[in-house]
Design a protein around this ligand. Structure first.
Ligand code: ADP
Ligand code: MG
Length: 354
């Protein structure tokens, strides 16, 4: 399998820079998710990896081969797009085997590969059906299966779940997860959906305005965002941010009315402008505790797994806390909160974690 190395890759559309000087390696045989809001350059970057678009500047390598000028059909890649590409008027089996017929493969090998991907994607029972009879989610599985059966070295996915109806979405996501666990290929998966990224990725490359701002494992990027943008974009809800008027810095020490401890930040203290804390980083107690900071519960909602999300008001400042079912159910009026120092991420004026 290939790793994909991008060096100084830039794409301009006239005066507009869609992808800006990206230097990044996508490791082989793992799942890298390009995650970011609409318009940040994900598709453009993927299309350059595919050879459907040429970089304005920079080079693209698959291992040590410079493929910048190599046409798509000679790059040994598979591609899955937002809308399922299927061959109408034929069966599912036919759809899966068609691209294999032009390769020099025995009939037995073709059958083996088709049966294998059908099994992984849960398509075995529909192999004989006509593609028109099947829902959008199943059609997208067929499009995925067809690319996988060809066994390219790299498979690129561009928001393959985004336009699938809600009922099929979860099933398709589950199938993708199963598939990715089995594949040896280098996978690049584009999405704007952070939940999808957290579920599927070995590593997330977070994009903003044409650059990759952070790349890490889902856990790492969630727990240790290097920017306010990452803290905000990842998670549901995103990180709570506390503005400068709630922070006081005295020498190396930082304090805030939201927590009772004083944090020694060393020389970084002078740059502390805002801080962020995840909803689950705010501990909530129903009774007064030592060091507990009072907050008013203004709203509560129950989420996946029975946990509650509480909207808390610390005076004029609002924050969300994720709590257990028991605490959430009982919480009303005033509660008492603590925030452990390790759950606090400070940011400087530019929004960079310090
Ligand atoms: P994403 O996939 O992250 O939503 P895209 O890569 O599709 O973003 O687009 C990034 C930016 O580049 C957008 O502002 C888009 O309008 C612009 N763009 C993409 N393709 C073209 C094109 N062919 N011509 C002009 N602008 C383009
Ligand atoms: Mg796109």
């Amino acid at each position: 399998m290939y790793d994909i190395r991008l060096t100084g890759v830039t794409k301009r559309f006239e005066a507009f820079t869609a992808v800006n000087d990206i230097n990044f390696t996508i490791p082989k045989s793992s799942v890298t998710v390009l995650l970011g809001p609409s318009g940040c350059g994900k598709t453009t970057l993927m299309r350059m990896i595919a050879g459907l678009e040429s970089p304005t500047e920079g080079r693209i390598f698959f291992d040590d081969h410079d493929v910048t000028d190599v046409p798509t059909r000679r790059r040994n890649i598979g591609m899955v797009f937002q809308y399922p590409v299927i061959y109408r008027g034929t069966s599912v089996r036919r759809n899966l085997e068609l691209p294999l017929l032009s390769e020099k493969l025995s009939k037995a090998e073709i059958e083996k590969r088709v049966d294998e991907v059908a099994e992984i994607l849960d398509l075995t029972s529909v192999l004989k059906r006509q593609v028109e009879e099947l829902d959008n989610g199943t059609r997208q599985k067929i499009a995925v299966g067809r690319e996988v059966a060809r066994q390219p070295k790299i498979i690129l996915f561009d928001e393959p779940i985004t336009n699938i109806d809600l009922t099929s979405k979860l099933e398709l996501k589950r199938s993708m997860k199963e598939l990715f666990g089995r594949l040896q290929q280098t996978i690049v998966y584009v999405t704007h959906d952070q939940t999808e990224a957290m579920t599927l990725a070995d590593q997330i490359a977070l994009m903003q305005d044409g650059v990759i701002t952070q790349s890490d494992s889902p856990k790492e990027i969630y727990e240790k965002p290097t920017s306010q943008f990452a803290g905000w974009f990842l998670g549901n809800p995103g990180m709570n941010f506390v503005p400068p008027e709630f922070i006081s810095v005295s020498g190396n020490k930082v304090s805030s009315p939201l927590f009772s401890q004083v944090i020694d930040m060393g020389t970084r203290a002078k740059d502390a402008d805002t801080y962020g804390v995840r909803a689950e980083g705010i501990q909530v107690s129903l009774t007064e505790t030592k060091g507990g900071v009072p907050a008013k519960v203004t709203r509560k909602s129950i989420g996946a797994g029975g946990q509650y999300l509480l909207d808390l008001a610390f005076g004029s400042l609002l924050a969300k806390a994720r709590v257990s079912h028991e605490i959430g159910k009982a919480a009303s009026g005033m509660v008492y909160t603590t925030i452990a120092s390790e759950n606090i991420t400070f940011f400087d004026k530019s929004g960079t974690a310090i």
